[in-house]
Write a protein that binds this ligand. Structure first.
Ligand code: ADP
Length: 630
């Protein structure tokens, strides 16, 4: 039996797949060999079946079906055609060993023709598989897989729930056809609902603040149209009336017509984040306001690219249009040539040492306006590669301060000079008096001492105004307020000035009778200063007009002259400390630029206002107004 000793067939035969080797001798198909798997599958273990035909071992009469015909057919076909025959599944009942009831069994069958030594087809190898068992096995396996998958799914779900709970994430599954929402507890909590309450799509929409409802519906609609995740952040009102913020992200599910039927997703309470965001916005806003009201411009520069970013305020400080951009080097060009090197050095030092800088320098604005003094502070910081190449800081326009410093210097110089002149005369008068005394010229002593006294008066006046300013500076101006007849005060001052013979006719154009509650002496000083300036800054003989009237609970007083006038750009500055127009130095009018400043301070302390109107070369009017209900 050479075929059974052939190693290939031996190996093929001794597999766990049931196999029979048959002689190709139709219609008998004598069994030559059967492997263990075959004997086990067909309950024939231990029975000697070699030399029998299949019909003897699977008796068709016992099993009462036509499975044996299928087997016979396959064996005949294979032996006749010399081709492999395969039957996918067929029923061939066999008698189990325990009882005599045939079990319905499904098999598949492969019949393989094998050639003998002479090259003629001699054997058939029938391989069968108990499909019923396999199906059962597969069903069992499928069941096991399903069970495992179910357990896994349960675990995943539990983990997901845990993650959702930990992140305070609500999960929802919204059915658009019924409006029903299946959700976890957190989802309801996010809307301020009890966890056991029914929560419907309509309830959700109702809780949304009206101004956000349309927005939310739009987002849902958009998600359905584009079949993309719906994301929305909106404000809601909880049943207890408190306002909260929610964000949702949901995946739409569309039916075959493209209509959205479900949305599954998560929700989160973002009230705190929104509050923090607004807090930050408010803080930034306040900071910006503070920066703006403090007149601060902001800038930052990247030295690698020469790019300069400057705030709108900083642009106007440099005389740039709001849409105009400049590079860092271009901005350096604006710095006065005397200051440029020192600014560059300060910049370089800050970069080298990562230190702050605080410098003052003069610039020539791009729009060609007057030079301005700027104070620039800043510090360097690292770029994304850790190199110190970024600089940022603030800019302040300190032109007014600088000019005032200059004026203050001039003022001190002038005061010094003005004090020295009478002092020199005083010394001379004293020496003169001493010599008159020595020679008994008593009458001459009297006139000399009178002259000396005038110099002393001049010095006293000067020192007084000097002191007034320093007192004002330290806010020591104390008002002694009483009700008084304003008309009478004006009359007295007009008489006083007439005695001084200033060379101008002074006319009262209009004068309402009014009682004011104020510091009589100080208001008198203001009126005096206005009139004496009117005479000082107009040619002799031109009239000075005075008028005052009551309107809207205020007293308004004005002095008008036909003098040299003031150019418009000086008008808002002349009430400033030490400010002098000096438009015509040849006029050589003595003054220190403080009397109008005193007027402003006095009226301001009374809660009133000062202002001036003027036409250059034609004349000026100086006014103040005082509230009457003091
Ligand atoms: P000063 O001591 O220089 O007069 P003030 O404070 O009184 O100082 O005035 C400030 C500047 O305002 C003056 O230098 C002058 O240029 C201008 N000014 C004041 N009054 C008049 C006026 N009536 N007409 C023209 N210019 C005036």
């Amino acid at each position: 039996m050479d075929i059974l000793t052939n190693p290939l067939y031996k190996a093929l035969f001794n597999t766990p797949v049931p196999r029979l080797l048959l002689l190709a001798n139709p219609p008998h198909f004598t069994i030559l060999a059967s492997n263990d798997a075959h004997e086990a599958a067909s309950n024939l273990l231990g029975k000697n079946i070699v030399g029998k035909t299949p019909w003897q071992i699977y008796d068709p009469l016992d099993t009462g079906n036509h499975g044996w015909l299928v087997l016979l057919d396959a064996l005949v076909k294979a032996s006749e055609t010399n081709q492999r025959v395969y039957i996918k599944n067929y029923k061939y009942d066999i008698l189990p060993s325990t009882n005599n009831v045939a079990a319905s069994t499904l098999w598949d069958l492969e019949v393989l023709p094998i050639l003998g030594n002479n090259g003629e087809m001699a054997y058939l190898m029938a391989t069968t598989n108990n499909l019923s068992e396999r199906l059962e096995r597969e069903e069992k396996m499928e069941l096991q897989i399903k069970k495992k998958a179910k357990a896994d799914l349960k675990e995943i779900n539990q983990r997901l729930q845990f993650a959702l709970e930990a992140g305070k994430l609500g999960s929802f599954d919204l059915d658009f056809n019924t409006g029903k929402i299946i959700s976890n507890e957190q989802f309801k909590r996010n809307y301020g609902k009890p966890v056991d309450a029914q929560f419907h799509y309509n309830d959700l929409l109702e809780s949304v603040v009206p101004s956000y409802k349309q927005y939310l519906l739009e987002r849902i609609k958009q998600a359905a149209e584009t079949n993309t995740t719906c994301q929305a952040e909106y404000q809601i009102i909880w049943p207890d009336g408190s306002a909260h913020w929610v964000s949702i992200a949901g995946k739409p599910y569309l039916d075959s017509n493209g209509k959205m039927v479900r949305m599954v997703g998560v929700s989160q309470d973002i009230t705190k984040q929104v509050a923090d965001k607004y807090e930050l916005l408010r803080a930034t806003e306040t900071l910006n306001q503070a920066i703006d009201s403090g007149g601060l411009g902001l800038w930052s520069a990247d030295l690698r690219t020469d790019v300069l970013n400057i705030s709108p305020k900083a642009k106007s400080q440099h005389g740039l249009k709001q849409d105009e951009e400049v590079t860092l080097s271009e901005s350096f060009e604006m710095i006065d040539s005397n200051d440029r090197e020192f600014v560059s050095k300060a910049f370089a030092k800050a970069l080298e040492e990562s230190s702050n800088f605080d410098i003052e320098y003069l610039i020539h604005p791009k729009d060609g306006s007057n030079p301005r003094w700027l104070r620039s502070t800043g510090r360097s910081y690292e770029d994304e590669f850790g190199n110190l190449s970024m600089v940022s800081g603030t800019i302040m326009d300190i032109t007014d301060q600088k000019e005032e410093e200059v004026r203050k210097g001039q003022f001190i110089g002038m005061v010094g000079h003005e004090l020295k002149t009478p002092l020199t005369s005083l010394k001379a008068y004293m020496q003169l008096s001493a010599s008159y005394l020595k020679y008994g010229h008593y009458d001459l002593i009297v006139t000399t001492l009178e002259k000396a006294n005038r110099q002393i008066n001049k010095m006293t006046k000067l020192i007084n105004s000097f002191l007034s300013v320093s007192r004002l500076e330290s806010s020591l101006i104390i008002l002694d307020q009483h009700p008084f007849d304003f008309a009478l005060l004006v009359k007295e001052i007009m008489e006083e000035i007439e005695v001084l013979a200033i060379g101008h006719p002074i006319k009262l154009i209009k004068g309402d009778s009014v009682t004011v509650h104020a510091d009589r002496e100080k208001i008198g000083q203001v009126i005096f200063n206005y009139i004496s300036n009117a005479s000082k800054y107009s040619t002799n003989g031109t009239p000075i007009h005075i008028s005052y009237e009551v309107s809207d609970g205020h007293l308004q007083f004005g002095v008008t002259d036909g003098g040299i006038g003031i150019k418009a750009h000086h008008l808002d500055k002349i009430f400033g400390r030490y400010y002098q127009v000096n438009s015509n130095p040849s006029l050589k009018i003595a003054g220190f630029g403080i009397s109008l400043y005193l007027c402003y301070k006095i009226i301001n302390r009374h809660g009133g206002h000062v202002w001036a109107e003027s036409q250059y070369t034609k004349g000026s009017s100086f006014y103040f107004s005082l509230p009457l209900s003091l």
